[in-house]
Design a protein around this ligand. Structure first.
Ligand code: ADP
Ligand code: MG
Length: 242
């Protein structure tokens, strides 16, 4: 069974048809990078996968559960899907540690002691064990983003969605964040990553999707998509970004 299955997904905002018809599947431990022009619906696509957007048509299955079926508990499904945004969205009035323990404790997943232990382990994993007591305002952008990743992981998601996680970072911070994501990929996390980091996509992705005009125009293993694109629109886009 696929970890994520998308069947004939459609999403409009009023008259604006952003996603016209997208179908794809992501297998357990697969890393899929999504590329495409600005405004092509990459963020909307990701947001549909955990129903941050109500979808206009089609189906999305996460680990077999149809998230568009009102009988399924959306909060339970969302716990399986971690999401990391361009702008970290940490809680500014809480310490780094509190940012990580909040959801697992509040949702009754872990007792406070266990949540703290787990959080400290995750902070070590992203290289920020020493920052547990710091506030987000005391961290660099790259550190904040690594905390945001650790915070998502604190819920033991089955899938991680990343929406341009390094786009807001100073160049010297990008490598550390991509490094954490590479480690996660190596450990077998199922990931969808919207990114402009073509080097990362080439190295880490099992498959790259090029989205434009509401459709997946082309998808392939990175070597083929970057080295031998088939569609004019893919060629035109890559000629601008590579
Ligand atoms: P990308 O992430 O590829 O840059 P987005 O998914 O953010 O693209 O946006 C795709 C299109 O949908 C854009 O035209 C954008 O203006 C529009 N859009 C996104 N969110 C909304 C919304 N909440 N309401 C209306 N239009 C939106
Ligand atoms: Mg976007």
């Amino acid at each position: 069974m696929s970890m994520i299955q998308v069947k004939n997904l459609k999403k409009s905002f009023g008259d604006l048809e952003v996603i016209k018809d997208i179908s794809t599947a992501v297998e357990p431990s697969e890393v899929v990078c999504v590329i495409g022009p600005s405004g092509s619906g990459k963020s909307t696509f990701l947001r549909c996968l955990n129903r941050l957007e109500d979808i206009s048509g089609g189906h999305v299955y996460i680990d077999g559960a149809d998230i568009t079926n009102p009988k399924n508990n959306i909060n339970e499904i969302r716990q399986k899907v971690g999401m990391v945004f361009q702008h970290f969205n940490l809680f500014p009035h809480m310490t780094v540690l509190e940012n990580l323990t909040l959801a697992p404790v509040k949702l009754g997943k872990l007792k406070p002691d266990a949540a703290e232990k787990k959080a400290l382990g995750l902070l070590d994993k992203v290289g920020l064990g020493a920052k547990a007591k710091a506030y987000p305002g005391e961290l660099s952008g790259g550190q904040k983003q690594r905390v945001a990743i650790a915070r998502s992981l604190a819920m033991d998601p089955k899938v991680m969605l990343f929406d341009e996680p390094t786009s807001a970072l100073d160049p010297e911070m990008v490598g550390d964040v991509l490094g954490v994501m590479k480690d996660l990929a190596k450990e077998g996390m199922t990931m969808i990553v919207v990114t402009h980091e073509m080097g990362f996509a080439a190295e880490v992705a099992d498959r790259v999707l090029f989205i434009d005009g509401g459709y997946i125009v082309e998808e392939n293993v990175p070597n083929e998509l970057f080295g031998n694109p088939q569609h004019e629109r893919t060629k035109a886009f890559l000629s601008k970004v590579l």
